[in-house]
Design a protein around this ligand. Sequence first.
Ligand code: TXA
Ligand code: MG
Length: 355
Amino acid sequence: MNTVVLKVDPRQPESEKIRAAAEVLRRGGLVAFPTETVYGLGANALDERAVLRIFEAKNRPADNPIIVHIAEKEDVYVLAEQVPGIAEGLIDRFWPGPLTLLFPKSEAVPKAVTAGLDTVAIRMPSHAIAHALIAEAGVPIAAPSANLAGRPSPTSAEHVLRDLSGRIEMVIDGGEISYGVESTVLDLTTEPPTVLRPGPVTVEELRELIGEVEVHPAAKAEAPVEQVIARSPGMKYRHYAPLAEMIIVEGPIEEVCLRIQELVDARRGLGERVGVMATEETAARYRADVVKVAGSRRDPRSVAKNLFRLLREFDAEGIDLVVAEGLEPVGMGLAVMNRLRKAAGYNILRVGPDG
Ligand code: TXA
Ligand code: MG
């Protein structure tokens, strides 16, 4: 299959191009498109055969359900069997945007989408291309991140092509995305609601609006997920993984820097190529084969934006070991640490007073 690449203006999506992409979706095809979080791989959510093709293209395990993307808030009432009162405030405040909500599913949602679960995950993206495409398709769009299963989520059309070229009908290249990590997933079928995946809408923001919010142990991701109950099937798979071995060093920054340099020296001494994922504040201190700046320690949002791209770059440069600095797991820092810890297979080194 030849994957068509369509360049679309993210500020003013050209309507004839959006029409062409929507037509592919309506015919049961797969179209990758930008959202404000990461690139998604879309199919008509009401067409079971199209949805099954997503699993095939990505090599996605059949028991990992897919988020349904909508263009109008009202569509939630068609896809969810029941919308609790608490959802309305969340939808008013955070939609369109990077918040996915979990509801009991309605009959309208095919089994393939929810991998047989009785809940459905729904989100309304704010990206102009995503919005225009879903609206033009006229159907809800099932869309996981547009990467091969287990690989870092794509933050550019180039990443999508590297994983899925020849496996899908079309990629819309809409340039850079805004956040760089996937949406926050909030389960509204529990009391209190539970964050299953931390993301750009922070736990702190959710608590401010709705009060008590649990964070699922796997979302904190301090321990391998097998040790906690996996409520969201996606929790139990190794994710975002670079091909290289990866170690996260967490603790007070002075000690982190010293320990990282020790690790780098020891492993280079064994003949390995070692890369460091550093921050603006610390990058100049490291001597390694490759040092990359993820962003500023004072601004975890800047780190989120570069994270997945850097993981892919380390691989492309043939690095054997990536050592990354930990951030404080608060605000967007929790989303970043969740992805980093998973990418490292929970290979975490704690240094300092309590490490
Ligand atoms: O930002 C995002 O959410 C991106 C863009 C493309 O919208 N999408 C995305 O999809 O990250 P995906 O499939 O890579 O991650 C969806 C996560 C998975 O961990 C999956 O297990 C969980 O959401 N999920 C989906 N439906 C669920 C359900 N019914 N119950 C529990 N977890 C669910
Ligand atoms: Mg994914």
